[in-house]
Design a protein around this ligand. Structure first.
Ligand code: ATP
Ligand code: MG
Length: 739
C-alpha cells in the first residue's frame, strides 16, 4: 500500500523537542530539529524507570561455591574483596537463558537457570575432535543431503562429508565459514544465497536456520535434563551473539533465522536477544578474578618455550594455567555476583578495550564500568575488521599456491575435498603451536592423496615442486611433511596480526579512548602466542594486556550474563547516523534552489534528513526518539517510512554523498476510530503533517496522529507506535532486509 507521510513532527509529551527550527505544514505547526538539537530529542521515557537505582537493594546472593558444592563445579577460591554491585537483580520473566555463540569457525551454547545465575553451564563436549587441537566449541560446519534436508552439524558434518564417496560427495551440500558471507554481503536480504562446496546455491537464511535449529534441539534437551521443574518454550530466553560491527541488516537476518529455526516466534520477539560479541566478553570480563587471567606484562609469551631462559614463569601464570586445566574438565563455571577483584584497583572513569579475536573478525569495544552500579558504558562506537585467524589459514593456502600452483590447489580442493579437509586440520594444529622464538620448524603432514594427485597431474614429485619454487623458508622432510620454519610462520601470521595491532593502535589514539587502562584479548585467536607477543610489544607500554582463561568461551559466558540482565550495558554509541527524509519550510539563502517544492502556494525544501541519532552519539538504554506521522489519506491502513543512514554526522539531505536508504518503518494502522464529538478534539488534531495535506484533504478533526517511538540504545534498533487519539498501540515494525 502506498503512502507518503514525509513530514516528521516533534510531538507533545516528555520527549518533545525544545527549540529547534519551526516549519509549517499546510497551516498546522510542526517542529523539526536543527542537527545541533539532536541530543535533546533523545530523551528519557517512563521505561527508563525500569533501570535499577543505586542503593535500592544491596543484597548479596549466597556464595555460589557454598550453594553448589555438591556437583561438578570448579570452586571459587576465596577472594579478598570482590566489589558488590549496588544494583538489585531485575525480576527475570524466564526460567533459563540459553546463549548461542555462532562463530565463523566454531560455535557453541551455554545456559544458566535464572534461579542460580552464578552458575553457567557449557554445552556437552561433542563427539569428534581433531588431533592436536583442543576445542571447546564445535566447528561451524553444516551438511545437507542432495534433497536439501539437514544431515549433520559440527564434527559430525565434517566427518560425514569426509567419508562420502567422492562421486556421491559432489551431490551433497557442505558449508563452512559461512558467517563471513553475512559479514561481507553488501545487500543482504532474505534471498541472499550461500554457495556450498559443490557449487550449489541455497538461501543463506535456510543454512542459518538449519544450524540454529540444531542448536535449539541440543540445548533444549540438555537444559531439560538439568532443570528442576518442567520447562515450557516460553520459559527460555535465547541469546545469539553477533559481531558488534555487524550492521542492522545482518542482526535482523540472525533474528529471522532464529524465527525460522523455531527458537522464538516473531510475536514474542523479546524472547530473543541479539548480543554483541565483544560486549558480551566485556560483561564477563567485569567478573574476572586475578587468578582467572594472564597478564602479558608478567610472563614470557612463548607457548611453553623460554627462548633465552632468563625469565621464570610467574606464579600467577602457573596458577592460571592450572585453573584452566581444571576448568576444562568441568562444564560449569561460577561467576562473581559483583565485579571481580581484578577491578579493585580501577578508578571510576578508567577505560578498557575488549578485542574479540575470533576466526573471521576482530571486533573491538571500549567500555567504562560505572560504579557502584557495575553497569557498562560504551565510550566509542564498535569497530573492527576481517582480521580473524582464518587470515593465517588463507596465507597458508596462498603459500601452497605459490609452491604447487594455484590451478593445482583449486583442482585438488574440488576433486579431493576430504583430503583438503585433512590438510587444513593438520595446519590448524601447527598454527596453534606457533610461538615467537620457537627454535624448531613445525611439520605439516601432506596427505598421501595430495602427493599422489600432484604427481599424476604434474608428472613430478611435491619435493621437486618445493625445490623449484625457491621457497627457502619451507623445507621438505623425508617423512612426507612440509617443514615450516619460524620465518615461514612469521610470514603467515604477520599480515593478520599486524592488521589487528594497527587497528587497536588507531583506536587508542582516538580522543575518547586515550588513557585506556586495560586491553582484554578474548576469542580463540587470543590464545595465539604470536598475537599475544605482537600486541604486548606494540601496546604493552600503553596499557596492561590481559588474556582471560578459556578465552574461546569468554563470549559465550558473557552472552549468558547478558541474557540474565540485558540492562547491564547502560549506554551505547551509535554506529551510524540514522534519520528519515522530511519537508521543511523553504528558507531562501539557506536551502538550495533545486530542493524547492511549491505546493498549494507554499514553498518547501525537500529531501531534508531529519536525523534521529548521530554517529558515535551516546544513547542510554530507555532513551527514545519520538516522531509523529499522519496518514496521507483518510482510511489509509499502512504508513511506510524510509530510513536513511550515513557514516558521517554532518549530513543535511538524504541526497548527500554517503547517505543511503537502509530500511523502512511500517506502521499498520488499525481501523480509524470514530471522530470525536464536536468540542472534544483533544490532542488528536495537534500537529498533523504535510502528508495529510497532500492527500485527500481530510478534515483536520479526522487526521490521525501516529506517534512512533524509536530506541537506539539497544543492540538492535526498535520501534513502537501509538495512535494518539485512541491511545491504542499500533503495530510497528522496522525492516532492514528488504532494500
Ligand atoms: N593458539 C592459537 N593460535 C592461532 N589461532 C588460534 C589458536 N587457538 C584458536 N585459534 C583460532 O581461533 C579461531 C576460533 O576462535 P573463536 O571460536 O573465537 O572464533 P569464532 O567465534 O569461530 O569466529 P568469529 O568470532 O570471528 O565469528 C579459529 O580460527 C582458530 O584457528
Ligand atoms: Mg566468536
Amino acid at each position: 500500500m502506498s503512502c507518503t507521510p514525509l513530514v516528521s513532527q516533534g510531538g507533545r509529551g516528555p520527549d518533545r523537542t525544545r527549540g529547534g527550527e519551526r516549519s509549517e505544514s499546510l497551516g498546522l505547526k510542526k517542529e523539526t530539529l536543527a542537527p545541533a538539537k539532536m541530543t535533546e530529542e533523545v530523551s528519557q521515557t517512563d521505561s527508563d524507570n525500569s533501570l535499577q537505582l543505586p542503593g535500592e537493594d544491596a543484597s548479596v546472593p549466597p556464595s555460589p561455591a557454598m550453594a553448589r558444592n555438591d556437583c561438578s563445579i570448579a570452586p571459587l577460591t576465596p577472594s579478598p574483596s570482590p566489589r558488590v554491585e549496588v544494583r538489585p537483580r531485575m525480576a527475570c520473566p524466564f526460567k533459563v537463558v540459553v546463549a548461542i555463540d555462532f562463530g565463523t569457525t566454531s560455535s557453541g551454547y551455554a545456559f544458566s537457570f535464572t534461579q542460580d545465575p552464578e552458575a553457567i553451564h557449557m554445552m556437552k563436549r561433542w563427539e569428534g575432535g581433531d588431533p592436536g587441537v583442543a576445542n571447546q566449541k564445535s566447528p561451524t560446519c553444516l551438511l545437507l543431503t542432495p534433497e536439501l534436508r539437514f544431515h549433520s552439524f559440527g564434527f559430525s558434518a565434517r566427518d560425514s562429508f569426509h567419508d562420502l564417496d567422492p562421486d556421491e560427495a559432489q551431490h551433497w551440500l557442505y558449508f563452512d565459514k559461512f558467517k563471513m558471507k553475512i559479514h561481507s554481503a553488501i545487500n543482504l536480504t532474505m534471498e541472499t544465497d550461500l554457495e556450498a562446496v559443490n557449487g550449489r546455491q541455497v538461501r543463506a537464511i535456510e543454512v542459518f536456520g538449519h544450524a540454529l535449529r540444531f542448536f535449539r534441539e541440543h540445548a533444549l534437551k540438555e537444559v531439560k535434563e538439568q532443570a528442576s521443574s518442567v520447562l515450557e518454550s516460553e520459559d527460555v530466553r535465547w541469546v545469539i551473539t553477533v559481531p558488534a560491527v555487524w550492521r542492522q541488516p545482518a542482526k535482523q537476518f540472525m533474528r529471522e533465522a532464529a524465527y525460522l529455526a523455531g527458537l522464538v516466534s516473531p510475536e514474542h520477539a523479546e524472547q530473543l536477544l541479539i548480543a554483541l560479541e565483544p560486549e558480551a566478553a566485556s560483561i564477563y570480563c567485569r567478573k574476572l578474578r586475578l587468578h582467572q587471567v594472564i597478564d602479558l606484562s608478567l610472563r614470557p609469551i612463548t607457548n611453553g618455550f623460554d627462548p633465552d631462559g632468563s625469565r621464570p614463569f610467574d606464579s600467577s601464570f602457573r596458577q592460571a594455567r592450572e585453573q584452566l586445566r581444571r576448568s576444562r574438565h568441568s562444564r560449569t563455571f561460577m561467576v562473581e555476583s559483583g565485579t571481580g577483584e581484578l577491578w579493585s584497583e580501577m578508578q571510576t572513569g578508567d577505560k578498557y578495550i575488549v578485542a574479540d579475536c575470533g576466526g573471521g573478525t576482530v571486533d573491538l569495544t571500549v567500555h567504562q564500568i560505572e560504579q557502584p552500579q557495575g553497569t557498562l558504558k560504551e565510550l566509542y562506537k564498535a569497530s573492527g575488521g576481517p582480521y580473524g585467524s582464518v587470515g593465517v589459514d588463507l596465507a597458508f593456502e596462498a603459500m601452497l599456491c605459490q609452491i604447487f600452483g594455484e590451478a593445482f590447489i583449486q583442482s585438488f580442493k574440488a576433486r579431493r575435498p576430504a583430503a583438503w579437509v585433512d590438510l587444513t586440520i593438520a595446519f590448524e594444529s601447527r598454527k596453534r603451536s606457533a610461538a615467537p622464538g620457537r627454535p624448531n620448524a613445525l611439520n605439516v603432514s601432506l596427505p598421501f592423496s595430495f602427493m599422489d594427485f600432484y604427481k599424476t597431474q604434474r608428472g613430478h614429485s611435491v619435493e621437486a615442486a618445493l625445490r623449484r619454487s625457491n621457497m627457502n623458508i619451507v623445507k621438505w622432510s623425508s617423512q612426507g611433511m612440509l617443514r615450516l620454519t619460524q620465518e615461514a610462520m612469521n610470514e603467515l601470521f604477520q599480515p593478520t596480526v599486524s592488521g589487528i595491532v594497527r587497528h587497536i593502535e588507531e583506536l587508542i589514539a582516538k580522543p575518547e579512548v586515550r588513557g585506556v587502562r586495560f586491553l582484554f584479548l578474548v576469542g580463540g585467536f587470543a590464545e595465539s602466542p604470536m598475537l599475544q607477543r605482537a600486541a604486548q610489544n606494540a601496546l604493552g607500554r600503553v596499557c596492561r594486556i590481559i588474556v582471560p582463561q578459556d578465552v574461546g568461551l569468554t563470549i559465550l559466558k558473557g552472552a549468558v550474563l547478558f541474557g540474565l540482565d540485558p540492562t547491564v550495558v547502560r549506554v551505547r554509541r551509535c554506529p551510524l547516523s540514522y534519520g528519515v527524509g522530511v519537508l521543511n519550510r523553504f528558507v531562501d539563502g539557506r536551502h538550495p534552489r533545486h530542493k524547492l517544492l511549491v505546493k498549494d502556494g507554499r514553498e518547501w525544501c525537500t529531501d531534508v534528513l531529519d536525523r534521529f541519532v548521530a554517529v558515535d552519539q551516546s544513547v542510554a538504554l530507555g532513551e527514545v526518539v519520538g516522531r509523529s506521522y499522519t496518514p496521507a489519506r483518510a482510511g489509509q491502513r499502512k504508513i511506510i517510512i524510509n530510513i536513511y543512514c550515513s557514516a558521517a554526522d554532518d549530513v543535511t539531505y538524504i541526497s548527500d554523498a554517503g547517505v543511503r536508504k537502509c530500511g523502512t518503518i511500517t506502521l499498520d494502522l488499525p481501523e480509524a476510530p470514530a471522530p470525536p464529538p464536536p468540542g472534544a478534539a483533544g490532542g488528536a488534531v495537534a500537529g498533523a503533517g504535510l502528508g495529510a495535506g497532500l492527500g485527500a484533504g481530510a478534515a483536520a478533526a479526522e487526521r490521525r496522529e501516529i506517534r512512533a517511538t524509536m530506541q537506539f540504545g539497544d543492540t538492535e534498533i526498535k520501534v513502537t507506535a501509538v495512535d494518539v487519539m485512541s491511545s491504542r498501540s499500533v503495530r510497528a515494525s522496522i525492516d532492514f532486509l528488504s532494500n
